[in-house]
Ligand binder design. Structure first.
Ligand code: KG4
Ligand code: ZN
Length: 337
């Protein structure tokens, strides 16, 4: 009988201290997420120095809880996986240093995982029959990327944002509109009470025959509209939120569908924090259905940052013998795929 592979995943690239244990890249035995969102909310965004310090305070207890919830002993795991790129360098270093000491002490191999690959592989924790070649749309606070995957573990960047990432645009617009942090859920909520189309915002790059994105102009246009509203226009902040969300989502959906068609992919995955957006999920589902494209997205908890996706992706490194030396570094690398 094939031996089960148990991997501990550690994730500290941004403001979530997370640990999880995953069996064979698909069964989540534990998934602990300690979010610092309440702390950063006070500042209207993430303060990197505070994020690092909070990771240091929390990491040992979070990992411990991961073992408790899984009912496992430290020695039961086969490898320690950790995000080492991209992210806030101080935050990444906390998880990486902890993972190295843990692996060294237990004499287990270390696996370094790219956070974006982790986001994509969150899909494999819940869906068993994803066929390749596939196209993945990764939409998070730091990235908006369309990735072509010929097979598992093969990532080819086919387009990305030239300026703001989708999540970043959500966060900045929400802050400007006074809706709070994190901006994605806040705009989604406001949009429920607003009407898209009452005012018109641009669908940037929609008419271009490529897979590049740009959200900075859309962000500025939304902010300018808000200034007009304050001077007495008759649309509301909720209408702006609804139109902003609709404009951004429409571009994400059409470019993703276009990429699947151009590359003749057999499936489409969406991943990252913005993949939790209900408008994006619904619109993508409808368009994919129309075009007969199998679409996959993770459940809400696995869209935003977590360590199960890191342990899940690490399984494929494990079976291919891709281990990381103990002098592996952390790379903030803003555009690293
Ligand atoms: O993947 P993630 O948790 O962290 C990064 O890797 O960046 O993504 C965080 C981003 C934030 O910008 C947040 O506003 C956005 O995901 N987000 C959403 C929603 N939930 C989180 N954006 C739109 N709609 C949501 N429901
Ligand atoms: Zn992320």
């Amino acid at each position: 009988m094939k031996k089960d592979i148990l991997i501990l995943g550690i994730e500290t690239s941004c403001d979530e201290t997370a640990a999880a244990i995953v069996r064979n890249g698909e069964d989540i035995l534990s998934n602990i997420i300690n979010s610092q969102v309440k702390i950063h909310q006070e500042f209207g965004g993430i303060v990197p120095e505070i994020a690092s310090r909070k990771h240091i305070e929390n990491i040992a207890a979070v990992v411990d809880l991961g073992f408790k919830e899984a009912g496992l002993d430290y020695r039961d795991i086969d490898a320690v996986a950790v995000t080492n790129t991209p992210g806030l360098v101080g935050a990444l270093l906390v998880g990486l240093s902890f993972a190295k000491s843990f692996a060294y002490t237990l004499d287990k191999p270390l696996i370094a995982v790219n956070h974006l690959h982790g986001h994509i592989y969150a899909n494999f924790l819940e869906h068993r029959n994803i066929e390749f070649p596939a196209v993945s749309l990764v939409v998070s606070g730091g990235h908006t990327s369309l990735i072509y995957m010929k097979d598992t573990g093969q990532f080819e960047l086919i387009g990305q944002s030239r300026d703001d990432a989708a999540g970043e645009a959500f966060d900045k617009v929400a802050r400007f509109l006074g809706l709070g942090y994190p901006g994605g859920p806040a705009i989604q909520e406001a949009a429920r009470n607003g009407k898209a189309g009452l005012v018109k915002l641009p669908r940037v790059f929609l008419d271009r025959n490529d897979f590049e994105f740009s959200f900075s102009g859309l962000k500025t246009a939304a902010m300018n509209l808000w200034n007009k509203v304050k001077k007495g226009s008759n649309c509301t902040v909720n209408d702006i939120a609804a139109e902003f969300q609709a404009a951004l989502v429409e571009v994400l959906v059409e470019k993703s569908i276009g990429a699947v068609q151009k590359y003749q992919a057999k499936s489409l995955m969406i991943a990252g924090g913005v993949a939790a957006n209900e408008k994006l999920r619904t619109m993508m589902k409808n368009r994919a259905q129309d075009e007969g494209i199998p679409l996959y997205y993770p459940s809400l908890l696995l869209c935003t940052d977590n360590a199960a996706m890191i342990a899940g992706n690490a399984y494929y490194h494990y079976i291919h013998g891709h281990f990381a030396p103990l002098d592996t570094n952390a790379y903030p690398g803003l555009s690293s795929l």
